[in-house]
Write a protein that binds this ligand. Sequence first.
Ligand code: HCR
Length: 419
Amino acid sequence: MSQASSSSWTSFLSSITSFNGDLASLTAPPFILSPTSLVEFSQYWAEHPDLFVEASLLRADDNAGAPEIEAMALKRAISVTKWFISTLRSQYCLRNESMGSEKKPLNPFLGEVFVGKWDSPLVGETVLLSEQVSHHPAVTAYGIINASHNVSLQGYNGVKATISKASINVKQYGHGILQLDDLNESYLYTLPPLHIEGLISASPFVELEGTSYIQSSNGFIVQIDYSGRGYFSGKKHTFKARIYRDQLSSANKDNALVTISGQWSDKSYIAKGSATPSSKTDELFYDAMAVKPEQLQVKPLESQHPLESRRAWKKVADAIKKSDYDQIHQEKSIIENEQRDLRKKEQESGAKWQTRWFDNVDYAAEQKHDPFTNLTNLANLSIHNGPSGSAKSSKYDTGEAKHWRLNLDNWKQETEIKL
Ligand code: HCR
């Protein structure tokens, strides 16, 4: 690192000691800025379109008996777990690998969108819609649809951070719901906490920690525990996923029907029962290094709408690529000032910004019965806006219960933003 970079990193580190929890407000040195907006991160959920739809293909024969139906349902829970694990490498390791360290993504403006599709010869078209539905706090919502297999995903996420001596600790807010319409089955997943290590050496990287869950509408629940180097093994990015018949039986690890463990960024192994699988004797579950993510197709900038992320941020992204701090600052200020003016005008006219493809549904007010309430009940998870995966009756099981939901009709009626 040059002397200039090293001193700007040192002053960045001292600035984060008085940090207020809003990661977007951190002024990071240019070499740690990413030219990509956070609204693009939603694409990581379906970069393996075949795994995204795989569970929908695992169906028992029409004349199958109860044991076969049960075995198929378990196979689907395993398949959904594989899809979930397959998303983690891109979500949490990609910048490290492609740019040498984790970077600070561009903070999306309200109404910023990112759309694209995967055209896969095997599974057909999978469409991605991602929209910045809130700026303060920053929240991105997404919908992913594969109409050929009647599989869809909708979710949203935001983060809150705290600083400890050597790392930034991040709690995620939000969840996702995968729906397999042909089977009338749905899966709720929660988002794991994470922390950023390597700050002192100016080579930040993400490590997942704590627990996340996948709850199926057929009762199966997957508990995934994450850890870094030295907890389960001497390796970074490790996890152990246990699949139980239901939430009640998950109270005792010995009840696990299946255990999967290894590195979410590399190889993992699967075995029946509650014993930890071994790489020597057990079956390979997933090899994240062996399967290349499929690239999302995004329109060229000339055909994009001004609210589309890559077009909107083009000048800032170019300045970041050149490490031209003055130009980064100038171009960012143009976008920020436009946004400020828009908010001011909205305030003056009493109009509120209308989100495009997502509605903010209040579950506390509506007593709604839908996959979310059904799945949170099965998993004993809170419907309130606590950190993702908070349990019912925990200290977070109170306050607002507003969640972002995909409004497919709005997307069908969309005339300005095309794929
Ligand atoms: C924490 C983070 C922004 C949020 C990113 C999220 C949580 C967004 C939703 C995705 O589904 C998953 C995801 C993956 C990213 O790893 C995570 C980012 C990692 C770093 C970034 C901070 C805002 C950057 C802080 C600046 C550091 C590098 C000094």
